[in-house]
Design a protein around this ligand. Structure first.
Ligand code: FES
Ligand SMILES: [Fe+2]
Length: 412
């Protein structure tokens, strides 16, 4: 493994990304420290996963395991899932309801906010052993996160310097997020976790890559769900860290430029849908948008395709593995028709989904293709060199934005 100490990335350039950035152990360690434990809002879970007092679920902030709880006051708390004593996990299940967290190893007890309450046999047994008299439970405990909620999403940060989430995202990104969430109580339809055998940044780049969607994804192009010839746009936050891309309803017409490219993904003659109801749409947001992806740095995605709404959380698991946690959502007041549509259209998303399957594979192709290319770089020049928003999605502006933000967090 080549250490990042020996590798240099020319200052200011986000149009060439060196391949060592995806595999380097030292870079992975720096990311944990400077990004995940740094001044960012990490997605933790949905409020709908912990509706009642005592409800909890487990999550990750980079490598750090975290417990998210609903307190008796209705507030949301988050703390490191690490016992104050010798570091065992406190919560072993993915979710549940608890009045406190008693460590399975030596029964040190923590409250719902992660405060250490008591130590088993602290006074010893029969006058022997026990903790030193000056041991104070108040001075020990797992790290706590600052928590914020936004439209039913829960985010946490370990840094005092992270700005309020509205400021962190900026108004244009916030608006595209609120367009979907609208502060309405969420309903969870289901979820799954996809294991990707490549670096987390390859997946985040893929989501920010508005150029690929109608080229890689046969279903998108063939059934005119999203083509580069359709209306839409790309919004990149000023920091570059967050983005939104969206496409509008197909307006008919010949798609001359699109068809001239003779793309593998455009198979109108070869493929027909037997059950056309899969692509029925209810325009629930009244804006003719048919697909939208919003990303929040460093690992959150809210994606809608027709009436399917998916939350994705990109979780790094070492330089060469990523877990992608999907939660399919809708709203508590979904009509029966919308519930049926969301369930059926859930087939569009996920590891085997008609329009997501390829995203899971392509990072592996990149990893295998670039296996001996540590000293080489990618070319990220589509749409020029800027990281700004544009009306066209034939650009890699959001990827450049990602690298701009990434480099500033890492100081490289
Ligand atoms: S590690 Fe938790 S009580 Fe000992
Ligand atoms: Fe994709």
């Amino acid at each position: 493994m080549i250490s990042s100490e020996q590798n240099v990335w020319p200052a200011g350039d986000v149009t060439r990304v060196p391949f060592w950035i995806y595999t380097d152990d030292e870079i992975y360690r720096k990311e944990q420290e400077s990004i995940y434990l740094g001044p960012v809002w990490n997605y933790l879970c949905l409020e709908a996963e912990i509706p009642k007092s005592g409800d909890y679920c487990t999550a990750f902030v980079g490598d750090m395991p975290v417990v998210v709880t609903r307190g008796p006051d209705g507030g949301v708390n988050a703390f490191e899932n690490r016992c104050s004593h010798r570091g065992s996990l406190l919560a072993l299940k993915q979710r549940g309801n608890a009045k406190d967290f008693v460590c399975v190893y030596h029964a040190w007890r923590h409250d719902i906010k992660g405060n250490l309450l008591s130590v088993a046999f602290s006074r010893g047994v029969n006058g022997e052993g026990g903790m030193p008299p000056d041991f104070n439970v108040c001075n020990h405990g797992p790290r706590k996160l600052r928590v914020t909620t936004l439209g039913g999403l829960v985010f946490g940060t370990l840094s005092d310097e992270t700005p309020p989430i509205e400021e962190y995202l900026g108004e244009p990104i916030l608006a595209r997020l609120n367009r979907v969430l609208r502060n309405k109580p969420l309903r969870i339809y289901g979820g799954y976790t996809q294991v990707l055998k490549h670096n987390w940044k390859l997946y985040f780049e893929n989501i920010k890559d508005s150029y690929h969607s109608s080229i890689l994804h046969t279903f998108f192009a063939t059934f005119k769900v999203s083509r580069l010839s359709q209306g839409g746009g790309l919004i990149v936050s000023d920091s570059g860290a967050h983005h939104c891309s969206y496409s509008l309803v197909h307006q008919g017409g010949a798609d001359k430029e699109f068809d001239q490219e003779k793309l593998r993904s455009n198979m109108e003659q070869e493929f027909k849908l037997q059950d056309k109801s899969l692509l029925e749409v209810e325009d629930e947001f009244n804006d003719d948008t048919r697909a939208q992806a919003v990303t929040i740095f460093p690992g959150f995605v809210l994606q809608t395709v027709h009436n399917t709404i998916a939350v994705r959380h990109i979780q790094p698991k070492g330089p060469n593995e990523t877990h992608l946690k999907w939660t399919m959502i809708g709203f508590e007041d979904d009509s029966e028709r919308l519930q049926d549509m969301r369930m059926k259209q859930a087939n569009l998303a996920g590891p085997a989904g008609f329009v997501s399957m390829e995203d899971g594979a392509i990072g592996g192709f990149v990893r295998r293709g670039s296996a001996a290319a540590d000293k080489e770089s990618t070319v990220v020049l589509m749409g020029g060199m800027s990281t700004s928003s544009s009306n066209s999605r034939a650009t890699e502006g959001a990827i450049r934005g990602f690298w701009k933000a990434y480099r500033s967090y890492l100081g490289i």
